[in-house]
Design a protein around this ligand. Structure first.
Ligand code: ZN
Ligand code: ZN
Length: 108
């Protein structure tokens, strides 16, 4: 059972339109949260000391949010969550600028 991090209501799982995965939607405020998407592969590799995130997925199927790109100051970005560490830790939120493609992450 998952709860909305905004209003703490119960979130219900919904299948994506293409049927490849599912996400959770808050019944009260409509907040969406991605849980698991099949065939969603994210690989990280280290380039010098900078971590580069590679997304092996059709980026256009990801939800968008209002987020300022630290590189070009565009205000719209794709986002998704990845459980990078152990399950009892919060997932990492990734953003990808819709304009320049810059990808960054935020720890919740
Ligand atoms: Zn909510
Ligand atoms: Zn950008």
């Amino acid at each position: 059972m998952e709860f909305c991090d905004k209003c703490h209501s119960i979130m219900v799982p919904v299948k994506t339109k293409d049927g490849r995965g599912n996400y959770l939607v808050c019944r009260k405020c409509g907040r969406k949260m991605y849980k698991s998407v099949k065939n969603f592969k994210i690989t990280e590799h280290t380039k010098s000391d900078k971590k580069v995130v590679v997304i092996d997925k059709d980026i256009n199927s990801l939800p968008k949010t209002t987020k300022m790109c630290p590189k070009c100051e565009n205000t719209e970005a794709f986002y998704w969550l990845v459980q990078t560490r152990s399950m009892d830790e919060p997932p990492t939120q990734f953003f990808k600028c819709t304009k320049c493609g810059y990808t960054w992450r935020e720890y919740k």
